[in-house]
Design a protein around this ligand. Structure first.
Ligand code: NDP
Length: 310
């Protein structure tokens, strides 16, 4: 049996960024508008700092302006709201992203709701979530949008397919299910209380795992020939590689997805790897959303980008 086609998120994201770059150059030249993305970072979580640095680098690389607001871990909710309000009224800022998670003492929902919906490039504001549910145009969360593009790069027409989404979070599972419904899939959303998960997955022509449990989805859960999109990012220790460094034991780690990739690729028709699958698409889609937000705010049409990333 032939092995699954590997859907290369890294190269599809690179092509999408090229298209965004060209579109940005064109609106800078014709409309004299440079799209701007502001990222707000609270605290000093190392993973969040890496994400924010990556976002800034890629924002500048496509010709947009990048703004960064860094606030201390103990910032008050009122001060954070004030920072969001300032960005809401700054005409150079077209997109605002508040890096999550926020410290415990801050109500995340309150901060998200404070972002002007037209600048909500994460697509988490209730107005944008509602527009997606109603099938109206709006800003769509980046990771689900990236998953859809990856699926469509392999299967341009998803109409009529059985799609199973494992995970029902507001940032991945639920919006992804809405996007797939809009593509005329028959959508099943599974979660921690779902019974007979392997049997449900085995019916999927398109299986998407967004759980956060390393290699949970086994090869025998997958319908032969199915398309598998693995959203999970899990850092696991590499076995038997404990190294002594300066007298301190240091365990090496690697990233794995929610799907048992090595076994699954013998059954699936196409599959995304981790790393190099959904991850690179998330930031590319953030840039896409910033372009869309800038166009909407300027009252101009969003340039046509190839949704499949091809
Ligand atoms: P959440 O923890 O918010 O949601 C996880 C979902 O998985 C929940 O709906 C939960 O069910 C469900 N779940 C947990 N255990 C099981 C189980 N045993 N069987 C079936 N369902 C289960 O996570 P996120 O949605 O934020 O993220 C999911 C994964 O995607 C994580 O690994 C995260 O790191 C990754 N991710 C990757 C991104 C990227 O850019 N590639 C971006 C965002 C996330 P219930 O609701 O019942 O608790």
């Amino acid at each position: 049996m032939t092995e699954a086609y590997i859907i290369d998120g890294k190269s599809i994201a690179a092509k999408l960024r090229e298209q965004i770059s060209a579109a940005v150059a064109s609106i800078v030249a014709t409309e004299k508008i440079t799209p701007g993305l502001a990222v707000v970072l609270v605290g000093s979580d190392p993973a969040s700092q890496v994400y924010v640095r990556n976002k800034a680098r890629q924002t500048i690389a496509v010709g947009m302006r990048s703004f960064e607001t860094k606030l201390p871990e103990d910032v008050s909710e009122a001060e954070l709201l004030e920072a969001v309000h300032r960005l809401n009224s700054d005409p150079a800022v077209h997109g605002i992203l508040v890096q999550l998670p926020l410290p415990q003492h801050i109500h995340t929902a309150k901060i998200i709701e404070a972002i002007t919906p037209e600048k909500d490039v994460d697509g988490f504001h209730p107005l944008n979530a509602g527009r997606l549910a109603l099938g109206l145009p709006g800003l769509v969360p980046c990771t689900p949008l990236g998953c859809l593009m990856l699926a469509k790069s392999w299967l341009p027409d998803l109409s009529g397919l059985n799609a199973v989404v494992i995970g029902r979070s507001n940032i991945v599972g639920k919006p992804l299910a809405q996007l797939l419904l809009a593509e005329n899939c028959t959508v099943t959303i599974a979660h921690s209380r779902t019974q007979n998960l392997p049997q449900i997955c085995a019916r999927a022509d398109l299986l998407i795992a967004a759980v956060g449990r390393p290699a949970m989805v086994k090869a025998d859960w997958i319908k032969p020939g199915a398309t598998v999109i693995d959203v999970g990012i899990n850092r696991v220790p590499v076995p038997a590689t404990i190294e002594e460094e300066g007298g301190k034991a240091e365990r090496k780690t690697r990233l794995v997805g929610d799907v048992d990739f090595a076994a699954a690729k013998a059954i699936a028709g196409a599959i995304t790897p981790v790393p190099g699958g959904v991850g690179p698409m998330t930031i590319a889609c953030l840039l896409r959303n910033t372009l869309q937000a800038a166009c909407t705010q300027a009252g101009i049409a969003m340039p046509q980008l190839d949704r499949s990333g091809n």
